[in-house]
Design a binder for this molecule. Structure first.
Ligand code: FES
Ligand code: FES
Length: 254
């Protein structure tokens, strides 16, 4: 957990460096469609190689991709920080083991993965854990949030290789022995979502909050959940749910 938190500071340094770059756009739209790979957000090692002026076939260089990722991530607020790391991007052009052991919801899975597979991709399409949603696939909406060592992270913006040796928890892993997690119970109590596409991401972040600070207030929850978007605009009920989840967690502890 500490290592993942330290990553945030690496990103801060990189952001400062990149902000010196002329023309860098620090806003949520920085990684425009024209700067993204054409293969649905997945990048090949070739995409990540520097091509000098950025005029290669995909028009994506490692630098423009990192700029887009950092700028996009700077526009949202997540508890743990969860962007693609420059060191990992550099390492991604080197050979890496295709077969990894991934810990998810208390089980170990042997998986054959690509170097650039994101955690969210592997969860959904490798393990069929489709509770983890993919909305933007670019660190904007929070739908893909999972816990890594109990800290919320965007699954779309972390490579699966980065979580080897970590404990990943998805929404499917919250219920224990037939007993709903305090956050799941709160969702039922408050009926806190409309279409609920955003729900798994919010729920996982709330689960991180009740673990980190069951005495958190509604205002604390509002800040904690700031990295999520609900397209139905159901924020008031979502915050009611967060408050109820905190109450449920405190009751379970007493
Ligand atoms: S799908 Fe990951 S933040 Fe939107
Ligand atoms: S309830 Fe529909 S996106 Fe949040």
């Amino acid at each position: 957990m500490d290592e993942l938190r330290e990553d945030t500071f690496v990103q801060d340094d990189l952001l400062e460096e990149l902000q010196q770059e002329p023309g860098l756009r620090v806003n949520a739209r920085a990684a425009s469609q024209s700067e993204r790979p054409s293969s649905g957000g997945r990048m090949s090692p070739q995409d990540l190689e520097e091509d000098g002026d950025g005029s290669g076939p995909s028009n994506v260089t490692r630098r423009t991709f990192i700029q887009g990722s950092v700028a996009t991530g700077a526009a949202v607020s997540m508890a743990g920080g969860n962007l693609l790391q420059p060191d990992v991007l550099r390492a991604a052009t080197e050979p890496v083991a295709r077969t990894i052991a991934l810990r998810v919801n208390g089980e170990t899975h042997e998986l054959d993965v690509e170097p650039m597979d994101t955690l969210a991709m592997v969860l959904r399409y490798g393990l069929d854990l489709t509770g983890t949603k993919l909305g933007c696939d670019r660190a904007e909406c929070g739908a893909c949030t999972v816990l890594i060592d109990d800290v919320p992270h965007y699954g779309c913006s972390i490579l699966v290789h980065q979580v080897r040796g970590r404990e990943v928890t998805t929404v499917e892993g919250l219920e224990q022995d037939g007993v709903l997690h305090p956050v799941q119970q709160a969702v039922l109590d408050e009926m806190g979502f409309q279409c609920a596409f955003c729900a798994p991401g919010f729920i996982m972040s709330m689960a991180g909050l009740v673990k980190a600070n069951p005495n958190a207030t509604r205002a604390d929850a509002q800040k904690w959940l700031a990295g999520h978007i609900c397209r139905c605009g159901d924020y008031n009920k979502i915050l009611n749910t967060a408050e109820r989840a905190l109450e449920n967690a405190r009751a379970a502890l007493s």
